[in-house]
Design a binder for this molecule. Structure first.
Ligand SMILES: Cc1cc2nc3c(=O)[nH]c(=O)nc-3n(C[C@H](O)[C@H](O)[C@H](O)COP(=O)(O)OP(=O)(O)OC[C@H]3O[C@@H](n4cnc5c(N)ncnc54)[C@H](O)[C@@H]3O)c2cc1C
Length: 395
């Protein structure tokens, strides 16, 4: 195994593979630590087309603003509660509100979060639009090959997402399929003639046998109106290597599977929210997850989804990607040399990543596939079910 490099952090040459959330945050952290940073991102231009809603806990949001990773003025909607809604003949139109769970969340648009981070990547960081095809960790340095040219770096950060090349080189394994997928969409709020009142200041979960839907409002991209954002989780056996289907590419069969569930189980008010989505806006995300045994190996370290890929139920992927960067920044400030930074980062983030993945699995198992009989649960039943799912112990 390549030993940890003993060189100084300040002045070292670091490559970051991937320029999405984790890559931008890592570039900010490393530039602050005095490294000469090069980012390799294969996509051109603005990564806003991945635009979907994300939620961050209020304290994490504030932490990122205080640390200068987010602008205080970044558009977000405050969400104070989550409404758990179950079908009920006595409230046929909207379903029954079984539990109004208090929350402190900031809801935003993935594209806005990425733009905010990208704007904060210092000009001194070299940004290459190029696909990394080779990473070779040697005693003398890491050779990174991108678009046919090879350069040598002291350390490489793999911020290259769920199918990470850097993770493969570091022996971090492959993501496993969870057995279900999420169908999702978002569209301008004006399309809904009348907005269900629950969507003002709250997120809504509509529960049905074998799955559930989540629905909330998010800010639009600059100059655009607020959007309705929804996701429906349903079992989907044997995806056979199915990757994400971007908006407009979901086939008839998968669109019909969603439609059937909406028809059968959704109270009409929430069926309308999903059905207001055009086929060009419908996307599908098979759910995979993975916790790596090591966040740092040799001269390679991992960040964001490359390090730990958690199911979206925990709503922690963006948060963890930025917290990875904060941990890296603080390790670089505490330790002047890479041979102490890398193990410190590895210890701090491997455990956090594994925790988030485990939480996503517990939440997924409880909310998709083996779901309880939602319709018989009252507020106390939901509260007990939620807390036992969170801490993994039946109550
Ligand atoms: C539907 C959905 C809802 C979610 N909701 C939430 C939420 O509410 N809250 C939350 O915190 N998180 C949420 N997440 C998770 C969050 O979106 C991700 O965790 C986060 O975007 C991961 O960022 P990343 O930078 O690690 O990876 P990615 O965004 O996947 O970025 C990887 C980047 O690496 C680039 N790349 C890959 N390979 C190469 C290569 N060989 N060469 C050059 N470039 C390369 C890619 O082009 C890409 O830009 C959600 C995810 C989904 C799918």
């Amino acid at each position: 195994m390549t030993p940890f490099p003993g060189g100084k952090v300040r002045g070292s040459r670091v490559a970051v593979v991937g320029g999405s959330v984790a890559g931008c945050a890592a570039a900010i952290a490393l530039a602050r630590a005095g490294c000469a940073v090069t980012v390799f991102e294969r996509s051109r231009g603005v990564l806003a087309d991945r635009g979907f809603g994300i939620g961050l806990a209020g304290p994490a949001w504030q932490e990122f603003v205080d640390a200068g990773y987010f602008a205080a003025a970044m558009p977000a909607l405050t969400c104070r509660s989550r409404w758990w809604v179950v079908p009920d003949p006595a409230a046929a139109e909207t379903g029954r509100l079984a539990w109004r769970q208090p929350l402190d969340l900031r809801l935003t648009n993935w594209g806005l979060a990425w733009r905010g981070l990208r704007e904060r990547v210092p000009d001194a960081v070299a940004w290459h639009t190029a696909t990394v095809t080779g990473v070779r960790d040697t005693v003398a340095g890491v050779d990174v090959t991108a678009d046919g040219a090879t350069g040598r770096f002291d350390v490489v950060v793999g911020a290259d997402g769920y199918a990470s090349l850097v993770r493969r080189v570091a022996g971090g394994g492959r993501p496993g399929y969870a057995g279900y997928a999420l169908w999702r969409g978002n569209y301008p709020v004006s399309r809904l003639g009348s907005l269900p009142p629950a969507l003002r200041g709250a997120g809504v979960s509509v529960m049905f046998p074998g799955g559930h839907a989540v629905c909330y409002l998010i800010p639009g991209l600059p100059g655009a109106q607020t959007r309705v954002n929804w996701a429906v989780y349903l079992p989907l056996p044997r995806p056979a290597g199915l990757l994400s289907l971007p908006p407009g590419t979901v086939g008839d069969g998968l669109a019909a599977a969603l439609d059937q569930v909406v028809e059968t189980h959704f109270p009409p008010a929430w069926a309308r929210v999903v059905r207001a989505t055009t086929r060009a806006e419908l996307a599908l995300q098979p759910i995979y997850d993975l916790a790596v045994p090591r966040y740092a190996k040799g001269r390679l370290l991992l960040a964001g989804d490359a390090g730990a890929l958690a199911r979206p139920h925990a709503g922690g992927g963006v948060t963890k990607a930025i917290q990875d960067a904060l941990a890296l920044e603080s390790a670089c400030h505490e330790h002047p040399r890479w041979d102490t930074v890398l193990p410190a980062y590895d210890t701090a983030r491997t455990a956090k990543g594994a925790e988030l993945v485990a939480l996503g699995r517990r939440l997924g198992a409880a909310q998709v596939g083996r779901t309880p009989e939602w319709t018989t649960m009252d507020e106390e039943g939901f509260r007990r079910w939620w807390h036992s799912t969170l801490d993994g112990r039946p109550r």
